[in-house]
Design a protein around this ligand. Sequence first.
Ligand code: NAD
Length: 308
Amino acid sequence: MTEKTPATAGRIAFLGLGHMGGPMAVNLIKAGFDVVGFDVIPAAVAAATEAGVPCTSTAVEAATGAAVVLTMFPSGAILLDAYNGVGEPGLLEIAEPNTLFLDCSTIDVAQAREAAALALSAGHRSADAPVSGGVVGAEAGTLTFMIGAEAHDMEQLTGLLEVMGKKLVHCGGHGAGQAAKICNNMLLGISMIGAAEAFVLGEKLGLSHQALFDVISTASGQCWSVTTNCPVPGPVPASPANRDYVPGFAGALMAKDLGLALNALENAGVAAQLGPLAAQIYRKFSDEGGAGRDFSGIITEIRGKSQD
Ligand code: NAD
């Protein structure tokens, strides 16, 4: 099959033009795709319009006649409501048969699977493709996409997603992208708490940050939470610790992702201890002032509660 060029790929309804969706839609337009956007918040519509994304005044209007319905929403509940329709026709009902419903939001694995099953039973196609890389990656078109989709949809998905990202991983069938994302982020949350505890312990034992970094970064404790997002200022100049924990990856998003991991652990019956504990720690961090701080700011909580 010949890969479709943007001009022949059909229209993309881009729903959810927030921090991530707005710049992702702009990158699709820059690559020549026919995009129509919609968001429930007028300010998001205004910003997207200003950035060159033509917008409609309803989701149904955007999705009518679209070849792809791409969503970038805060939650799975919002996605399911949009698919099913609440007080108005649902997107699954009004879309042309065989439309590709592509959800790039980070949502519950069970809800992702439910959304895919609904799309398929309504005569459409479905893919979940959550991202990592944050707003910087969305703007630069360097996101990583973790994809849950049927193999026969990968050619079309690749043509679209490579415009917005630099790494695409086909993780398996429907829901596999969300599954991979929350497994990774659960490990990330746990490893950051571990890194922060190690640095506070090092401080108490009289080690300099640099000395401990030089050891961990080349020894068996090595991990992204130390080598790239180091929770103390100094050793890694680009880490958020050097700018008073301005995100980066916000505590609220880590708390959200660990909540999704917790649901998945429970549904899958995994005898996990650290995942649920990390979820509890980051929920508290987020609720008590850390929502807008980088998640590595958890070190200030640990240090603050430690004995002098
Ligand atoms: P955001 O809140 O900035 O954007 C979400 C947008 O969806 C909002 O503008 C909201 O008004 C809109 N929306 C809600 N309901 C809608 C509906 N029914 N129809 C149309 N629009 C609707 O959030 P974000 O930071 O852009 O994140 C989007 C998704 O990406 C989330 O699932 C998040 O977990 C995930 N994510 C975010 C980041 C990040 O760094 N911000 C990184 C990775 C993944």
